[in-house]
Design a binder for this molecule. Structure first.
Ligand code: FNR
Length: 382
């Protein structure tokens, strides 16, 4: 209605309302390097495309005359209330996109009552983000470094700073083969983006000969130290117990594709899983995340929440994922493109458009709340 009323007054929406147009506009607002980093995927980008193609095979079958005046999008996941089952996914090194970076992410989440997941590889420290959006429902995403004391320090800081869950990402102990980044010779970390949680960490700082801010050489050494500590390929499921011992917060495992891994995560003490192939950025040729969701949701049954991401572009996509068994979804590139276009305002805009389409499509399809949705809402088209 807001958009139509503005149209009546001769105003067009200031920013695009579809993902594809947001992406085109964002491309014009970003450096070629930043755009390649955000939009790109691993290898030949087969999985990036498969994530989208999977959504095209599921169709909603709308139901009529079901009294949909009173609708409810709000939900709660592991004790965190959310105005809608949509979270802002962790997107690292956001200062390469816009200087507002992760502050804009958390502020937008606070404005809309959504939950927001801050990346370990953020350009703003978790304490600064907490101070910028104290009322936001914030979760912290852990890239588990190969220094156990540093890993513990990051988790304990997140709990102290008011983050309400730990999302441990298990699919990215190193960056994948990403030709777009390789072609441009650009990795945001090497240019100093995404290091705030490390540079502000007492354990990390204790590993350095000199503080990163003491001069260009020290900064360079700190960046190199970061690259040496970033990932941990030796982790196994039994390590989740160690993570549990560091925090009383709920723990979710992000990057689960196989149903056996979902079972392993829960058996190892995780409270929930995030079905995700990192937006097609890690294993090229991996199965579409949406296709994995069906099997994972069946394997998890009612043992814990199943969240989903990778390929959500619209409110209708959110509905499909919810109907296939997701308790909530995360979106990454969508908010990142909003950020590129207009900082905090752009993130709010992109998320509001998604939520408006979700609400409208849900109602027009005959559902009053996400809880009413199940696979009977869908038909599979070969
Ligand atoms: C990501 N993603 C990500 N995930 C994570 O756990 N930690 C991180 O730091 C990042 N960083 C990151 C940067 C950029 C530029 C993108 C696009 C993505 C993955 C992200 O959380 C999410 O899984 C995907 O973005 C979901 O796919 P869509 O919504 O982008 O299709």
């Amino acid at each position: 209605l807001e958009i139509y009323l503005r149209g009546l007054a001769g105003e067009r929406p200031e920013l695009p309302v579809t993902y594809d147009e947001l992406e085109v506009a964002a491309r014009g607002a970003m450096t070629a390097e930043a755009f390649a980093y955000v939009a790109g995927g691993a290898g030949s980008e087969r999985t990036l495309r498969a994530n989208r193609a999977a959504f095209d095979r599921w169709r909603l079958v709308p139901r009529m005359l079901r009294s949909v005046t009173d609708r409810e999008l709000s939900t709660e996941v592991l004790g965190t209330p959310m105005a809608a089952p949509v979270l802002l996914a962790p997107v690292g090194t956001a200062s390469v996109i816009h200087p507002d970076a992760e502050r804009a992410q958390a502020r937008a989440a606070a404005d809309l009552g959504l939950a927001s997941v801050l990346s370990t590889a953020a350009s703003t420290s978790m304490e600064e983000v907490a101070a910028a959006a104290p009322e936001a429902n914030r979760w912290f995403q852990l890239y588990w470094p190969n220094d156990p004391e540093l890993a513990e320090s990051l988790v304990r800081r997140a709990e102290r700073a008011g983050y309400r869950a730990i999302v441990v990402t298990v699919d990215t102990w190193t960056m994948a083969w990403r030709p777009r980044d390789l072609a441009l010779g650009h990795l945001p970390f090497l240019h100093g983006h995404g290091l705030a949680n490390y540079f502000s960490d007492p354990v990390f700082r204790s590993r350095l000969a000199a503080p990163p801010e003491s001069g260009p050489e020290a900064r360079r050494a700190a960046i190199l130290a970061f690259t040496g500590l970033f990932g941990n390929p030796s982790l196994s499921w039994s390590d989740l117990a160690t993570l549990r011992s560091w925090t009383t917060l709920p723990v979710l495992v992000k990057g689960v594709c196989h149903p056996d891994d979902a079972r392993a995560a829960l058996d190892a003490g995780a409270d929930g899983v995030v079905v995700s192939n990192h937006g097609g950025r890690q294993v090229d040729g991996a199965r579409a995340a949406l296709d994995c969701l069906v099997d994972v949701a069946d394997a998890v049954a009612a043992r814990g929440p199943v969240l989903f991401d990778s390929g959500i572009r619209s409110g209708a996509d959110v509905l499909v994922a919810l109907a296939l068994g997701a308790d909530a979804v995360l979106v990454g590139r969508l908010w990142a493109f909003g950020l590129a276009l207009a900082g905090h305002r752009g993130v709010v805009h992109a998320m509001r458009a998604l939520l408006a389409e979700l609400d409208l499509t849900m109602a027009l399809a005959g559902y009053r709340s996400p809880a009413d949705l199940d696979r009977r809402a869908l038909a599979f088209e070969r």
